[in-house]
Write a protein that binds this ligand. Sequence first.
Ligand SMILES: NC(=O)c1ccc[n+]([C@@H]2O[C@H](COP(=O)([O-])OP(=O)(O)OC[C@H]3O[C@@H](n4cnc5c(N)ncnc54)[C@H](OP(=O)(O)O)[C@@H]3O)[C@@H](O)[C@H]2O)c1
Length: 322
Amino acid sequence: MRYRTLGRTGLQVSEVGYGAWGIGGKQWLGGSDDESVTAVRRAIELGLNFIDTALAYGDGHSEELVGQLVREAGKKIYVATKVPPKNQLWPAPPGIGIEKVFPYDYILRSTEKSLRNLRLDAIDLQQLHVWNPEWLDRDEWRRAFEDLKKSGKVRFVGVSINDHAPDTALGIIDTGLIDAVQVIYNIFDQSPEQNLFPLCRTRHIGVLARVPLDEGSLTGTITADTRFAPGEFRDFYFRGGRKRQVVERVNALKKDLQGLPGTLPEIALQFCLSHPAVSSVIPGMRKVRNVESSVSVSDRGRLAPEVLARLKKHVWDKNFYS
Ligand SMILES: NC(=O)c1ccc[n+]([C@@H]2O[C@H](COP(=O)([O-])OP(=O)(O)OC[C@H]3O[C@@H](n4cnc5c(N)ncnc54)[C@H](OP(=O)(O)O)[C@@H]3O)[C@@H](O)[C@H]2O)c1
C-alpha cells in the first residue's frame, strides 16, 4: 500500500481508504456484521489506514463497527465521520438557511454522539455531510469548527460536497477554514478536474474521492435483470431503465479498455488515483475479495496519459441520486 498526504493536515493516508456506508446496513442490504468486520480487518492488515464513516450510516451502526475495529487495530487508523443535516435532507436544497441544517449547538452535539458511537477521544476529520455555498458567511459552521478543533475533539474539518456539484465548494476552500473535501469522482463524473482539483492543489486541501465505482455501475456486474432488495438505496439509484443504460455505458467502456491489466473496478479505482489532487479513494467493500482487489490497485501506479485521454469519452452527465 502506498500513502499520500491528506493536504495541509499532513496525515499520511493510504491511497485506498475504506468507505463505510455499506457496513452500516439499513441503506445497503445483503451484508452482515461478521462479513464487514472480516473485510475491514483484512483491509487494515493490507495497510489501509483511513476509514470514512458517518453518523447517518445505519444510524450510528457504521461508526460503532469502525470504532471497534480501530480500537483493536494496534496501530493508528485515521477516522473521518460526518455531521448529518439536521433536517435530514440530502443533498442540501438551495434556499434553506443554515439554522435549519447545521445550527452551532447541533454540530457540537452531533460530534459528541459520533465520539460515543466510535468510543474514541477524537475524530481525525469531521465533515459536514452536505454543503450549500449560501452558508459561506454564516457564523454557525465557522464557530463550531473552530471550537471543536480548540477542544481537541476534532483534529481536522471538511465538507462532503453535494452530488455532482464540485464547484459549490470553491468558496469554502477559499475561506482557508477547511482542511479536506469529499467529492464524487469516477470515470463517469470527471468534473472535479476542472476547477476543484486545481484549487485543492494550490491550497493544499485533502481530497477524498467518493463513490469511485458509481455505487456499483463500474464493478461491471449490473445487468438489466439485477434486483436489489426493495427499500435499499441501490433499488432507488438503479431504478426504471437505468440498469439498461448502465449496461450500455459499461459495455462501451469495457471495449475501450480491452488489453489493459486489471478488472474494470480496479481500472476505475486506478483512474481516481491517477489524479495527483486525490489523497485517498474510498470504495465501499463489504467482501474480502473486493478489499484484496481494491487494495492491489495501489501498487499499479497511474494510468498512462493515453488511457486517461481515452476515458474522457466515457464521461456520463447524469444524476441518479435525484
Ligand atoms: N454524501 C456523502 O458524503 C457520500 C455519499 C455516498 C458515499 N460516500 C462515501 O463514499 C464511499 C464509497 O461509495 P459507496 O460505498 O456508496 O459506493 P462505491 O464505492 O462506488 O461502490 C461500492 C460497491 O462496489 C463494490 N466493490 C468495491 N470494491 C470492489 C472491487 N474491487 N471489485 C468489485 N466490486 C467492488 C462493493 O461491493 P461489496 O460491498 O459487496 O464488497 C459495493 O457493491 C461510501 O462508503 C461512503 O464512505 C459519501
